[in-house]
Design a protein around this ligand. Structure first.
Ligand SMILES: CC(C)(COP(=O)(O)OP(=O)(O)OC[C@H]1O[C@@H](n2cnc3c(N)ncnc32)[C@H](O)[C@@H]1OP(=O)(O)O)[C@@H](O)C(=O)NCCC(=O)NCCSC(=O)CCC(=O)c1ccccc1C(=O)O
Length: 260
């Protein structure tokens, strides 16, 4: 299977799915999301694969969310807001194998959401985690907010979204957003080691464990599905457009001008 926006490699039973848009800090467009969904299911149902790694190419970013150069009130792909986000999030949770996020740089916006949804996160000391939605006119209803609270607790999740601060790899490890933070040059070996250990475990036991963890928060898919329609209406407002425009023009947004 050939991909335009991804690198797909099997390394000793571990599938590495790497977003390959380093010039855009691995931000995703419609094509990227569609390819991620295909790659996840390909690895998920390949009997020779025991674990999946989700990564970003280059040194600077794991993923910085939706590609803002293709965002003008809607993104450039399919789905309610022009990106099949619900399907992508569901694919990470649906595949019957552990998915490890390998975070070596920025995990921002929708990129942070992807790392949050992965079963495990291993990051380097150069990793930077954070949310930006309320600073640039977006928000992730569903897993990015409600599920994040399960991961880091209610207060911290609300701080992450409301305050839009940045957190180091060590801070992410301390709050439970990452399982482990390692020196930068040890990251790939550590991630591969976890992947190979997972390949030694009973695949069915892992698949049932994953389904069981998922079931407890399965209702959040409903929040995401409903919320995406609210997001679509929000993207059509001057308030949201102001955020995207300000980001593109590299200036502070003036959201309060648009209160109705
Ligand atoms: C990541 C930064 C903090 C890095 O800052 P800095 O080190 O100063 O580098 P820059 O000079 O800013 O960036 C270098 C270069 O990369 C380009 N770039 C970075 N991020 C993006 C991006 N997301 N899209 C397009 N391009 C990007 C940047 O423009 C520069 O290019 P030049 O040509 O050199 O100018 C900083 O870059 C930053 O804050 N980036 C923007 C982060 C952002 O706003 N992301 C979008 C968040 S919203 C989102 O992800 C919603 C989409 C989505 O996922 C979603 C949709 C619907 C429902 C749910 C979701 C969900 O969130 O899950």
């Amino acid at each position: 299977m050939q991909f335009e926006d991804l690198i797909y490699e099997i390394r000793n039973g571990v599938a590495w799915i790497i977003i390959n848009r380093p010039d855009k800090m691995n931000a995703f467009r419609g094509t990227t999301c569609d390819e991620l969904i295909k790659a996840l299911y390909k690895a998920g149902y390949d009997k020779d694969v025991g674990a999946i790694v989700l990564a970003g190419a280059g040194d600077r970013a794991f993923c910085t969310g939706g590609d803002q150069s293709t965002h003008d009130g809607n993104y450039d792909g399919r789905g309610t807001v022009g990106l099949p986000m619900e399907e992508l999030h569901t694919a990470i949770r649906d595949v019957p194998k552990p998915v490890i996020a390998r975070v070596q740089g920025y995990a921002i916006g929708g990129g942070n959401v992807l790392a949050t949804i992965c079963d495990l996160t291993i990051c380097s000391e150069k990793a930077i985690f954070g949310q930006v939605g309320p600073k640039m006119g977006s928000v992730d209803p569903g897993y990015g907010t409600a599920f994040l609270a399960r991961v880091v607790g209610e207060k911290k999740a609300r701080e992450i979204w409301y305050m839009c601060k940045r957190y180091s790899g060590k801070e992410a490890e301390a709050m439970g957003l990452a399982n482990l933070c390692v020196p930068h040059d040890e990251l790939d070996a550590e991630v591969q080691k976890w992947g190979e250990e997972l390949c030694e475990r009973s695949p069915t036991a892992l698949a049932i464990a994953k389904r069981s963890f998922n079931m407890d928060t399965a209702h959040q898919a409903g929040i995401a599905g409903m919320g995406m329609y609210a997001l679509k209406l929000y993207y059509d407002t001057d308030e949201s457009r102001e955020g995207v425009k300000a980001l593109q023009e590299k200036r502070k947004p003036e959201f309060r001008k648009y209160i109705k």
